[in-house]
Structure formats: structure tokens, C-alpha cells
Ligand binder design. Sequence first.
Ligand code: ZN
Length: 302
Amino acid sequence: MKRRNSIFLTTALALLLCCLAHRPFPQPRYATRSPIPPPSAQPSATVPMTKDFAVPVLMYHRICDLTPQEARSRLTFDLTVTPANFEAQVRYLKAQGFTFLTARDVEGAIRERAALPVKSVVLTMDDGYQDNFAQAFPILQKYGARATMFLVTDTVETAGHLSWGEVQAMRPQVGYGSHTVHHYDLTQLAPSQLDYELVQSKRVLEGRLGEAVPDIAYPSGAYNDQVVARTRAAGYLAGWKKGGGPATPTDEPLLLPRVRVRGCTTVARFRQMVWSGVSVQRDHTASRLARSRTRRARPEAA
Ligand SMILES: [Zn+2]
């Protein structure tokens, strides 16, 4: 009797250990607000992917604390997110299991019809402010978050802006795109000036970085048919504007949308922005499944 009990106990213990060893990581439950393990705790094979992606591409400018005098300027206040708020936003995205992509990842997936993680987000920063290195980069490093910065090439190495050394130091965690040479409104330029802004900024960045720079963010989001045509002729594969919700596979690559994060963006609005992609994806997937069900049902009905 005693021997039978000990055999039973040994077998039960072995089974329990075997189950524990093979227990899968918890699957992410997207579209819920419940806390889930950060992505670093999950093997990459468990990240759900989709070709029906809808990725919120967040647009930031300055990340710093303003002096009371600076904060009185509505424009400056609007352009600036405090480091504390920026960290809270990145921490939230990480805790909710979002994958941080670069603008180039999204542009590449649209062009190649590739899949992206269901819960993805892109952090972009425009204008190349020095605080992007001093304030934002340590936060990006702390949370392992990638980002894309759009640089105005003529302002690099000027007061308040990034140096080329800082630009290099943030690679490869940070990717770069053009934001033209002078940040002029491209819709107001003569054709030769327009071409210079597009071609020269690309040339300077590619020379400094030693790699292709296929992305541009239109200054102030301003574009027209001529701007888009000349941007394409200059060799860009993606043009980022402002507004328009999350980026999806059916977007025109030279008119990709971004969502702006402002100094006054509330926590509730931020959460709405970053979850918007997941709900758009669910709608796309549902309508695609409905279409394929209709197609399958037709021959039977005939
Ligand atoms: Zn700008």
C-alpha cells in the first residue's frame, strides 16, 4: 500500500513539473484595458500579426519642461510634452504590450503588403530639437522604445537643436527621416526651390547616416499635388502628413497619416489615440471575413 502511494505521488509530481515546464506564456488580450505582461516577457513568436494593420503614428515635437514665460505662448505649449508626461505615455504603451515600430517599418509593410504586430505604435518627433536627445532619448532607452526623428538639415548643429554627434548616438534605436532643409511651407515654393528642399535634405541625411532615407515629413503637414509629385521624383517612398487616424495598408504611401500629441493631450485622449488602431483593425478584419463568406456562399446559392 505504502509503495503504491509513493509511486502515485512520484507520478503526480512528475506530471505537475512537466505541465509547469510547458505552460505557455500568457497570450496578450488586445482590445482590453487589463494589465498584461510587457512584450519583453513574451517570446516574439506569440505576438499576433496582421496584414489588416492600423498603426497609430504619434507625432511629437519638443519634450521638455517649459519656463512659466515659455508656457504662456500657446504655440510653444502646444508643441511641448513634458518629460514626465512623455514617460507616462511610453510606460503605458509598454505595459499594454504595444510593439514600438519605426516609420520605415510601417512604410515598408504598406509597400510590401507585409504583416505587422496587431498592437503597434510609432513614436515620431519633428524638427530635431536638442531635448529629443537630452530628455526623450533616456526615456526611450529605459523602456526599449524605438522612434523616428524627422530632421530639418539646416538647423542641425544650431542652438536648441540636435548635433550630428547626438543624431549618431541615438542610432539604431532611433531612425531618421527628412523634414526638408529649411522647414518652409512646400506648397508656397517655386519648383526649383521645392526640388532643392526635397533633394538636398535627403542627400545630406544619406551622406551623414550612410544609408537610404526614404521617409519625409512635410513641414506643418502642408502638401499639394505638385509637392507629392516632386517628392516621388526625388526618390522618397513615404511622405508623412498630419491628421487622418492610424496608418493602414490601403493608404497612399506619399500621404501617410499621423496623430499629433500636444502639450494639452489628456490621458483619456492619449489612450483613445493609441487604441484606435486596434478597433480599426477589428472592423477591417470583420468586413473582410464577411466579404469572403459572401463570396463562398454565392456558388451554393446559384
Ligand atoms: Zn516641423
